[in-house]
Ligand binder design. Sequence first.
Ligand code: NAP
Length: 345
Amino acid sequence: MKAGIVGATGYGGIELFRLLHNHPQVETITLYSSSQAGENFEEIYPQFQGGETHILQDLEPQKMKENLDVIFLATPAGVSSSLTPQLQEGRAKVIDLSGDLRLKDASVYKQWYKKEASDGETLEKAIYGLPEWNKEQIQTADIIANPGCYPTATLLGLGPLVKEGLVKSDSIIIDAKSGVSGAGKNPNPITHFAHAQENFQIYKVNQHQHIPEIEQQLFEWNDSIEPVTFSTHLVPMTRGIMATIYVQLKKEMTEEELREKYRNYYESQPFVRVRNKGSFPCTKDVYGTNYCDIGMTIDPRTKRVTVVSVIDNLMKGAATQAVQNMNLLFQYDERAGLAPLPVYP
Ligand SMILES: NC(=O)c1ccc[n+]([C@@H]2O[C@H](COP(=O)([O-])OP(=O)(O)OC[C@H]3O[C@@H](n4cnc5c(N)ncnc54)[C@H](OP(=O)(O)O)[C@@H]3O)[C@@H](O)[C@H]2O)c1
């Protein structure tokens, strides 16, 4: 198959390149850049030298949609909302890593992203690509809205509880932390090394654009769910997300019963691993992989559930999840091209 990556020079784009380079079904990869067309990708990123060279191409939507089988958009918010419609009605399927196509309600997108949403038809066609919960719809889609990194960790962590109606609907609190690569390759005053290292910072308090994405999916699972509290923190590490989730149960249950619910949902899912009693994952347990690891407990004093869900933001939170979606779109083995085990330490 022939794959294309728009935004190939960004963090998500280069991870996609690395994964597609090792993917058994991918024959050619065409890389696109809005700012460096004509330049040699392997000279910009010498870590990729030693094989074929790739010259960065200008975006030509008409040619792209006719010549490629799949196009990944690893671009900032505001790009795919107008680019995706131009890539329709050709041969290519589109997998968008940005937030542009995730929110079904255009006014909600505008409120949280401060940009105009894509057209209604494109938003309608875009399928939310969380494979563990949405496999059948993904398999027949033309456009995939790849989930955000925080929502991936959060939704996989909350799915069984919310879907089964086990939580008090107004009790969900998500305390999330991310490594610095979550902000992309261009540093800003918050992610600048001198500020971020040896520091720990909360940001976008009650304003993070992933809040409506999380609520949209929770509400789809269970329409009694009320707004959630979702806090995001920057951790001085390169990769990784940990979402620590607190909920109150509607009815008492044992920790064993709770763990069993998770196991029932995820035992057939190759990339979600549920921990045994007393074991909680850390971000290095999933470093460089498509895994989401989940641990849980119930505090016997407060009756509160704590769920800990970790992913690698650039992988399950972006590039490997996008390749998992590609595998489903093209009826390949869901695990094709996705390295099985983490780099450690
Ligand atoms: N970083 C993460 O952990 C993560 C996780 C999940 C989702 N995402 C989402 O994935 C997308 C990419 O994130 P990233 O971290 O890879 O960002 P990034 O490192 O900033 O890279 C984005 C790339 O987009 C390209 N670009 C910028 N403006 C463009 C335009 N107008 N038209 C076409 N291309 C343009 C740039 O490449 P050229 O200048 O070469 O065109 C840039 O290298 C974002 O929407 C982000 O929210 C990121």
